[in-house]
Design a protein around this ligand. Structure first.
Ligand SMILES: Cc1cc2nc3c(=O)[nH]c(=O)nc-3n(C[C@H](O)[C@H](O)[C@H](O)COP(=O)(O)OP(=O)(O)OC[C@H]3O[C@@H](n4cnc5c(N)ncnc54)[C@H](O)[C@@H]3O)c2cc1C
Length: 468
């Protein structure tokens, strides 16, 4: 399944969600200075983080999280949403989705709506990392034309990201939107026999004909087209927007990393403009990260790292079991946590020595990992304002973490998808299933939202009594 965001002909107003008091992020109180030698006491238990949200936003978040607390709804959301869509029709479905689930997790559809969402984010002290919700997997490949259309959507994403509403903007890129997943799988399985040279890949990106061994003529031609498309994204974004390449499934990740490294070699000579993602639920994640670091030294490029736990655990395990391979995922959540914090330590140590060459986004909703990052930053004297370490959460999820971090002066990005209800539906379903554990564990965020709601109701009553 492939979705292309067609922004130009869609303009339904959506984001009428101004907070009651506009809170300019640039003027957020500096709760702790970066020179402090002690990490701030971040319990993420202060409901006042939500004081910047409007009443409507509080109610919506509470309603959506209440629904997400039922495992049966989250596990079957794909089927439930398609059934509701076929019963209600496109318009009826849109009517119930837009003010609820869609508004919680998606920025909007038209350029105007996205601009409003970014401005709103800025006023809360948050930054935007736009994500075009194109979802491709094996068997979903489309023709060259479709990939060219996807390229236009990516270039539009670069343009939308590069606005005054966000300093140091970032966007996410899925390589499989521009290069067929089938070819990525083939390259991955060929790599042990035919390792590709990064310099050759850069030549092909620049339009020089290169014959890549192990590929047919047709595959070679498609690979060249895909590399051209990636080159165009790189050229459009350099010095403007940092491009964070997503990690996907283990059966194609080595090919994705290979072309990402080629982009890094070409575009990251002075600063990390292209970043790669490392999934710490993988047993091999530490060695993959160490290999990327040594490649960055060998080819003298700067390295940007998006550190995640990983989103495809169930499918990876099922595939490995079906194929009789060892499970690529760590045995337990605790092991994944140790792997996450270990890889983070490697990066933070490098950043403390060379913040120009290495950068990281700690992309997690896990409070413990966020606290670990902050205490390491203090210990290693990494300046939270220097931009070499930032944090990332998905739009609409764990705002108590994002807002608290922003109020303490950390750089926080929300991963923000955009598009029509129909275009973003597959994205929402996949994200809900991938983040099941996070969605079902948002009890704390729900409690904080309730506390903030009560505080406002009580304050309203008190003011009313005073007036009477
Ligand atoms: C900005 C951003 C960008 C992202 N980009 C990507 C991307 O490119 N690729 C990608 O794959 N994901 C990506 N993700 C999704 C990310 O992987 C999920 O949000 C994440 O897995 C949820 O983990 P957590 O650290 O937020 O929370 P936690 O709730 O602390 O961790 C849950 C995660 O731990 C792991 N886990 C859970 N149980 C077990 C177990 N029994 N054994 C081993 N491991 C276990 C799984 O990875 C699970 O998702 C991104 C997330 C964000 C916020």
């Amino acid at each position: 399944m492939s979705t292309l965001v067609r922004l130009h002909h869609l303009s339904v107003p959506l984001l009428r969600r101004a907070a009651p008091k506009v809170f300019d992020g640039r003027h957020l109180p500096a709760l702790h200075s970066h020179t402090s030698s002690r990490p701030p006491d971040l319990t993420f238990e202060d409901p006042s983080a939500f004081s910047v949200k409007s009443f409507r936003e509080l109610m919506r978040a509470l309603g959506v999280f209440q629904l997400c607390s039922f495992p049966v709804l989250v596990n079957n959301c794909g089927k439930l949403l398609s059934a509701t869509r076929s019963i209600l029709g496109k318009q009826g479905f849109s009517l119930i989705m837009r003010p609820s689930i869609y508004a919680q997790f998606v920025a909007g559809e038209s350029e105007g709506e996205i601009a409003v969402a970014m401005e709103k984010m800025r006023s809360l002290g948050l930054r935007t990392m736009l994500a075009v919700p194109i979802e491709e997997d094996l068997g979903e490949s489309t023709g060259e034309c479709r990939y060219d259309e996807n390229l236009e959507a990516m270039l539009q994403c670069v343009r939308l990201s590069h606005t005054k509403a966000c300093s140091d903007p970032k966007m996410q890129l899925k390589i499989t939107a521009l290069l067929s997943p089938e070819l990525c799988v083939k390259i991955t399985s060929n790599l042990p026999e035919h390792p590709f040279d990064l310099a050759q890949l850069v030549k092909a990106m620049d339009g020089e004909p290169v014959h890549f061994p192990g590929l047919t003529e047709e595959e070679n031609a498609h690979f060249h087209c895909g590399l051209h498309r990636l080159n165009k994204v790189g050229e459009a974004s350099i010095s403007k927007v940092r491009v964070l390449v997503d990690a996907e499934y283990t059966y194609m990740n080595p090919a994705l990393s290979l072309v990402t490294m080629a982009m890094m070699k070409k575009f990251n000579q002075k600063e990390p403009w292209v970043w790669n993602t490392y999934q710490c639920y993988l047993k091999e994640s530490r060695s993959l990260l160490l290999d990327a670091i040594s490649q960055s030294v060998k080819h003298s490029f700067c390295l940007g790292v998006k550190l995640v736990r990983g989103a495809y655990m169930d499918k990876e395990r099922k595939l490995a079991k079906g194929e009789g391979r060892p499970d690529p995922i760590h045995q337990s959540w605790e092991d994944t946590n140790a792997s996450y914090n270990g890889s983070m330590d490697i990066m933070l140590n490098l950043i403390s020595q060379n913040p120009q060459r290495y950068q990281i986004i700690v992309a997690t909703h896990n409070e413990e990992s966020v606290r670990h990052a902050i205490s390491q930053m203090v210990k290693l004297r990494i300046d939270k304002h220097a931009g070499s370490v930032c944090f990332g959460q998905l739009l609409g999820m764990c705002d108590h973490v994002s807002l608290t971090l922003a109020q303490h002066g950390y750089s926080v990005y929300k991963s923000v998808p955009y598009g029509s209800v129909d275009d973003t539906l597959p994205y929402l379903v996949r994200r809900a299933q991938e983040n099941r554990t996070v969605l079902q564990g948002i009890r704390k965020e729900r409690d904080l939202l309730r506390q903030e709601l009560w505080r406002r109701l009580n304050e309203g009553l008190r003011l009313r009594r005073q007036v009477v």
